[in-house]
Design a protein around this ligand. Structure first.
Ligand SMILES: Cc1ncc(COP(=O)(O)O)c(C=O)c1O
Length: 416
C-alpha cells in the first residue's frame, strides 16, 4: 500500500477503515458529494510545489521567475493558486489568456506561446498588454508589427537536443514544428532588432515533456547562448513527473542545479531567467476517482470504470503508464491482474494495461494517482462524455472548482 500511496498527492493517507483520503477528504465522501469520475486536487500539495519551484530557483539565480505552464492544468482555480503564490503564467493561446486574466494574473507576467498564433490572439496581446510574446516564426512578427503597438518579444530557438521521452512530447529536436533553427532564428532576431515597434528581449527554448534526466535541459542552454547576449532567457519546462513505482524523476533542486549550472556557464549573469514547469508542477497534486461499472473475467480480466479517455488522454496520446488501486483496498498485494479500461468506444481506451487490484467488483471506487497534468485540459466529449469536475481538497474540506458538464452543456452549441 505504501508504494501506491506514495504516488498520491503528498499528505494523502488512509482512514481507519482503509479508505483513501486526499487532502484529508475520503474518496467515498468525494464520490458521494460530487459523483464519479471526479478529479481531486490536494491544494496544499499544489501550493507547496509552487513554493518549492520559486524558492529553489530564487536561491540559484537572482533575477528569475517561474511561469507555470498553464496548458498542463488551465483552469482558473489552478492558475489563481499560481498567481497567489507569486508565479507568472505561460499561456498558449487565447483561451489560456482568458482563464489567466479571470484568475487575476498580472498581464505583464504572462508569456504567450504557440506555433500558430492567430490574428485574434495577437490582438489580445495588444489589448491586455501581455508581458512577453515568444515568437515562433516570421508570421508572428508580421502580425505583431501590424498591431502598430509596442511589444516585448523573445524568439524560440530549436536547440537540436533530443531528450529520451515519447516522440509526441519531444520539441527540441531538429525538425520540430516549434521554433526556429539557430540560423533562421538569427535572421529573425536581426529583423526584430530593426523593428521600430518590437523590443528584442531574449530567447526561449523548450526541449520536451516528461523528461526524467537533467542532461537535456543543461544541453539546451549553449545553443541558445550562441545566438548572443540578451536580457531574458526563458528555458522552458519539461521536467518529468512520477507516475509509476519505477519513475525516479529528478527533484526540482537537481533539475535546477543542472539547468542553472549551464546558465552560469553560458549566459550573462545579469540576465533574467524564466522557467516554465507544467507537468512536474501539477501531476502529483491530483488523483481521479472512478466507479467500477463492470468486471468481465476471461482470458483477460477487464475492469471497466465510468470514465477513461474522455478524462485521461495521456495513455492514448503517449503511452503514459499510470498505477491504480481500489480506494478502500489500496494494498493489492497479490491481487488480481487486470486491464483497467474506460467506457469509450475505442480499444485504445485503456487507463492501465496490467495492474493488480484487490478483488475488484462492481461499485468499487478505483483511484488513479498523478492525473493533475494534461488530463483536465485534454478532457473531451467523446461518446457524449460530460467532462468531469475538479475538486480542491484541503484539511478535510472539499470545494468544487470546476463543475461536471451537464446534458444541456452537450446540447448548448448545437444549432437547431
Ligand atoms: C513552451 C512550453 N513551455 C513549457 C511547457 C511545459 O512543459 P511541461 O509540462 O513538460 O513542464 C510546454 C509544454 O509542452 C511548452 O510547450
Amino acid at each position: 500500500m505504501g508504494a501506491l500511496l506514495s504516488l498520491f498527492p503528498p499528505g494523502s493517507d488512509v482512514d481507519a477503515d482503509g479508505m483513501l483520503r486526499v487532502g484529508g477528504c475520503r474518496a467515498d465522501a468525494l464520490a458521494g458529494e460530487f459523483g464519479t469520475p471526479v478529479m481531486v486536487v490536494a491544494e496544499q500539495a499544489l501550493r507547496a510545489r509552487a513554493r518549492e519551484y520559486t524558492s529553489e530557483l530564487a536561491a540559484r539565480w537572482r533575477r528569475s521567475r517561474v511561469a507555470f505552464a498553464s496548458k498542463a492544468f488551465p483552469c482558473t482555480a489552478v492558475q489563481r493558486v499560481m498567481v497567489e503564490e507569486g508565479l507568472g503564467l505561460d499561456v498558449a493561446g487565447g483561451g489560456e489568456i482568458v482563464t489567466a486574466l479571470a484568475a487575476g494574473a498580472d498581464p505583464a507576467l504572462l508569456v504567450l506561446h504557440g506555433n500558430a498564433k492567430s490574428d485574434e490572439e495577437i490582438a489580445m496581446v495588444a489589448e491586455h498588454g501581455l508581458g512577453l510574446v515568444a515568437v515562433d516564426n516570421a508570421d508572428d512578427v508580421d502580425r505583431l508589427e501590424a498591431t502598430r503597438r509596442r511589444h516585448d518579444v523573445i524568439v524560440r530557438v530549436i536547440p537540436n537536443v533530443e531528450a529520451a521521452t515519447h516522440a509526441h512530447v519531444l520539441t527540441g529536436h531538429e525538425g520540430s514544428k516549434f521554433g526556429l533553427a539557430p540560423a533562421a532564428a538569427a535572421e529573425l532576431i536581426e529583423r526584430i532588432e530593426a523593428s521600430p515597434r518590437l523590443r528584442m528581449r531574449g530567447l526561449h527554448v523548450h526541449v520536451g515533456s516528461q523528461i526524467l534526466d537533467v542532461e537535456p535541459f543543461a544541453q539546451s542552454v549553449a545553443p541558445v547562448a550562441a545566438l548572443g547576449e540578451f536580457d531574458v532567457y526563458d528555458l522552458g519546462g519539461g521536467l518529468g513527473a512520477r507516475y509509476t513505482y519505477d519513475d525516479r524523476p529528478p527533484s526540482v533542486g537537481e533539475y535546477l542545479d543542472a539547468l542553472v549550472g549551464a546558465a552560469r556557464e553560458h549566459l550573462p549573469p545579469g540576465a533574467e531567467l524564466i522557467i516554465e514547469p507544467g507537468r512536474s508542477m501539477v501531476a502529483s497534486a491530483a488523483a481521479t476517482i472512478y466507479r467500477v461499472v463492470t468486471v468481465k473475467r476471461g482470458k483477460i480480466t477487464f475492469v471497466a470504470v465510468d470514465g477513461g479517455m474522455g478524462d485521461n488522454l495521456e495513455v492514448a496520446l503517449f503511452d503514459q503508464r499510470f498505477e491504480a488501486g481500489i480506494a478502500d483496498r489500496l494494498d493489492s498485494g497479490d491481487g488480481e491482474l487486470v486491464t483497467l479500461v474506460g467506457r469509450h468506444c475505442e480499444s485504445g481506451d485503456v487507463l492501465v494495461d496490467g495492474v493488480r487490484l484487490d478483488a475488484p467488483r462492481v461499485g468499487d471506487l478505483v483511484a488513479v494517482p498523478a492525473t493533475g497534468a494534461y488530463c483536465h485540459t485534454m478532457a473531451n466529449n467523446y461518446n457524449g462524455n460530460r467532462r468531469i469536475p475538479v475538486v480542491f481538497a484541503q484539511e478535510g474540506a472539499a470545494r468544487l472548482v470546476v463543475r461536471r458538464e451537464t446534458w444541456d452543456d452537450l446540447l448548448a452549441r448545437d444549432v437547431y
